[in-house]
Write a protein that binds this ligand. Sequence first.
Ligand SMILES: [Zn+2]
Length: 610
Amino acid sequence: MLLFATSRANAADTVNVVIKLQKTNPNQIAVSITYPKSDADRVKLIFPSYLPGAFNEVATGNLASELLASNVDGASLALKKLSYNEYEIETKRSALKVSYLINDSWFTDYAKHGLMPQMGTVFKPEEFFLLNLGCVLPFLEGKEKLPVKVSVSKPAVLNGFSPLRKSVDAQNAETYVASNYLALIDNPIVFTNGYEITFRSGGTVFHCIANAYGKLSDQLLMKTLKPVCDGITKFCKGYPVKDYYFFILLLDSNDTKTRLSEEDFGAMQHSASTVMVLKNYQDNYKLQREIQATASHELFHLFQPLNIKTDLNSKLNMRAKVQTAHLWFYEGVTEYFSLLMQMREDLITQTEFITEMRNKMSLMQFYEPFSLTEQSEKSLMSGNETVYRNFYYKGAVVAMMLDLRLLELSQGQLNLQELLLRFKRSMNENYVVKDEELITELVRISSFTELNDFFNDFVGGTKAVDFNKFLPLIGWIYEPIREDTSQMYVNAAYRYDKGSKNIYVTNINIDQIGIQEGDVLLKINNKKVYKDNIDELMDKISNTNYNRSVTFLVKRKGQELKLTGKPLVVNKTQRNVVKVEKRPAPDKQFYRNVYKSGQLSTGKPYRLLN
Ligand SMILES: [Zn+2]
């Protein structure tokens, strides 16, 4: 009886949403929302301009069409469009119902809404519907705090997955509830004919939902994602959520009507999920790498990095821009940690790590001179969106240099990871750092005032980063440009798979011997190839003085093949080379071990023994 009374009382104070996935036009879904009675004569219906997890302004309202307002008896109410995201409705002080259609953002001109597919809506009626709820549902000013109930009617073959609490009402009907509007739009719902695989890592249950099990087996998906989650558990000492969802939607080229660029794909993180919309590479190995790198980056955002909360990023304003001088930090440190963790966990090799950082060095040079702080503040202004990319490049490179500087100052007792974990521990529920004091606070917690110079020069200022001031600490040497002549049999990337211990050949751009994408490299001239000797073996046979014939033994589709051929002699000009010293001095070896393992020196600082 009591329960009945409570639920009735709640019903009157709940926003009720009805979504119909089955429409005659496959690129649209139908939505209607009923709001409790209003005391105001006029109310504003607002589609959010900022979505949780995204930094750029979006015109979500432009996905809606045929918007109508009525009272509960069906009498229509006057409606005025104030802007692409906002409407004003004359309520006549009654309960209000709005109904409209939502278009597929992927099939709608991007310039009209600014929504990447992972932030928007993608409908593929036979296979899946991606609903990022911030693009589907507006809020009614003054009613944001009310609980929301979303009833969905759907094809019986599709099932819905979401971090939101769900109940199944019938074969073709499901209901989702959220405690308020913000909690609602922080979560997507994905309807798919695929199923869910789950695994546990560090006290968190991970749910993976993908649309294309044909090419991507569930074992492969698990094998790709679990090591990433385990690596981050170790790196960040646990997760802030109990359940986490990966939504992995793969699009074939014929699914992409007008836009085909790889930059159109990507991922977006929410408090309890990541939505990935990726190109369905034919090569499983490539796909696996893409999912691994994406999952790692997005999961690290849970810590933003490492759970840093400032007064700005701990609350979300859905209508106004949130400017922060530290955007570079949230993106750059996330990107850097993601790569560092993958190297530490053997999910990528040291060579791959260095290649990634070298690419970032080259790309950041296009933007120089570039103040990370200034550009962070400006990047939200329209016209400045492209500078955001440099936070992945310069932001990540500067984060690495900061990490090395910290190791040096502390003699191996403090790194960037530990500094941010300390920062996190220093905060509690009631204490958030003021956004403009983030750097000051980091320097204070580190106890190294010398860091102020680092931040002034390379973060606030535009001083060029001299990599040879930082990298030699761990016995890595930077060369801005290197020209040499070498003989080349294959030019490709060699990727190590931790599970199988296989070394795969991928990204082939020169091939003299008939090697193929995805071949497993077993031996070079009868020498067995390992993750730790491959660079050395390649250097040896690339030397123009090496005049023995060279044979590669590879495994392709279960068969072993011997491949040989004449090398190509090439003059190479390489930029931003990072050379790893083979036998570093003991102090460099010490720092290298600390850097690569993440095991900080606890006892005495390092001293040279004479
Ligand atoms: Zn990111």
